[in-house]
Design a protein around this ligand. Structure first.
Ligand SMILES: NC(=O)C1=CN([C@@H]2O[C@H](COP(=O)(O)OP(=O)(O)OC[C@H]3O[C@@H](n4cnc5c(N)ncnc54)[C@H](OP(=O)(O)O)[C@@H]3O)[C@@H](O)[C@H]2O)C=CC1
Ligand SMILES: C=C(O[C@H]1[C@H](O)[C@@H](CO)O[C@H](OP(=O)(O)OP(=O)(O)OC[C@H]2O[C@@H](n3ccc(=O)[nH]c3=O)[C@H](O)[C@@H]2O)[C@@H]1NC(C)=O)C(=O)O
Length: 302
């Protein structure tokens, strides 16, 4: 037990915390060693206390969404993992604006807004992350992207400062937002939606769900696309044409269904996945001259 955790028990009294929580239970890959302390603030005041504690004691921290874009190393994560709870899981319509807490599952927001007759978030029905994770990544699927509907966000900075930012200030690009170079906790996001026939919005969701189920290995643990799209190429065909579909290192396998995914075919370690990522990168570099860049975030102690 390290000293800072005893201090955290005192200073963060009243906030839900769990020690040594296995990240394999918090990631869609089902891989990763323990995080020192999982902290679940219910509202902004609690979040500010956590950030102020980390700043004062020099404890590293990160935000955990639904772990859908994370590969956590086998030794786990040193420091605090912030998992937004309570009011950060709520949402409401305010005129045509959906105001959502950042801890909410984006897919739930997509389906619930469609069900109420609002259009704009249908593309996101199958995106497996949170609202906050999706803003952080400017997540996209099926020609839709968070930046197309996002109007504003609220965020808490490491010194406890709370700001509201317009979407135009977020430097949104392909799988990029300014939060990737500037440490902050996204706490809320506003999406500008259009009124629509409920049946049309729901039909689009059904269509996209079928498309995704037929093309992606949703039945296996994974972190979605492993690599970013290189300019002028799709990743799947590059890997497939290199004969790597189904290729396996330990429990990590190039999905036989979609070569852009690595799946945990049973008992995979982070080391297996990292070795497979490097093998794929080397093969594609030598064969096609294309440098594949991971899209999955690799974190934790080396
Ligand atoms: N299109 C698709 O089919 C798929 C898309 N994705 C996308 O990947 C993203 C992953 O989302 P999710 O599972 O929630 O996130 P994760 O738990 O995978 O976290 C990934 C990173 O996002 C950052 N992050 C998450 N939430 C917040 C927040 N509230 N404020 C600031 N930073 C945050 C953290 O950065 P830090 O470490 O710096 O704190 C974290 O390391 C989403 O955009 C998801 O939609 C994932 C799989 C498939
Ligand atoms: C899964 C993710 O997002 C996905 C998102 O769901 C889909 C659907 O819109 O489009 C992106 O995948 P992608 O670039 O692999 O696109 P896909 O539409 O699946 O495939 C592109 C093309 O490659 C072909 N393809 C794909 C896989 C394969 O094994 N072989 C193959 O030939 C497909 O038939 C298609 O013609 C996103 N990935 C990135 C990195 O941009 C994620 O971000 O984690």
């Amino acid at each position: 037990m390290s000293d800072w955790r005893s201090l955290a028990a005192e200073r963060l009294g009243g906030i839900e915390t769990i020690r040594d929580f296995p990240m394999s239970r918090l990631t869609t890959f089902q891989i990763g060693g323990p995080i020192d302390l999982l902290v679940q603030p219910q509202h902004t005041g609690e979040l500010q206390r956590v950030l102020q504690f980390c700043a004062a004691e020099g404890v590293p921290w990160m935000v955990l969404g639904l772990g859908s874009n994370l590969l956590v190393r086998d030794k786990g994560i040193r420091g605090i993992g912030i998992k937004l709870a309570g009011e950060f899981l709520e949402w409401r319509m305010d005129g045509p604006t959906a105001r959502a807490g950042a801890g909410l599952a984006l897919g739930d927001l997509s389906r619930e807004t469609a069900c109420l007759g609002w259009s704009g978030l249908e593309f996101a029905c199958g995106i497996p992350g949170t609202v906050g994770g999706a803003v952080f990544m400017n997540a996209g699927a099926y020609d839709g992207e968070i930046g197309q509907v996002l109007t504003a966000v609220e965020a808490c900075y490491p010194d406890g400062g709370y700001v509201r930012l317009n979407a135009s200030d977020l430097e949104l690009g392909y799988r990029f937002s300014r939060f990737q170079r500037e440490k902050a906790v996204i706490t809320r996001a506003d999406f500008g939606l259009r009124p629509a026939a409920k049946a049309d919005a729901e039909a689009r969701i059904t269509e996209l769900t079928c498309q995704r189920q037929s093309k992606q290995p949703l039945e296996m643990p994974s972190a979605g696309s492993v690599f970013r799209r290189p300019a002028g190429y799709y990743v799947g065909p590059l890997i497939e044409q290199a004969g790597l579909k189904g290729f396996r290192i330990g429990g990590a396998q190039v999905s036989p269904k979609h070569a852009g995914f690595i799946v945990n075919a049973g008992g995979a370690t982070a080391a297996d996945v990292l070795a497979l990522i490097e093998h794929i990168r080397r093969e594609i570099r030598e064969r096609s001259g294309v440098e594949l860049v991971p899209e999955v975030r690799v974190i934790g102690e080396e």
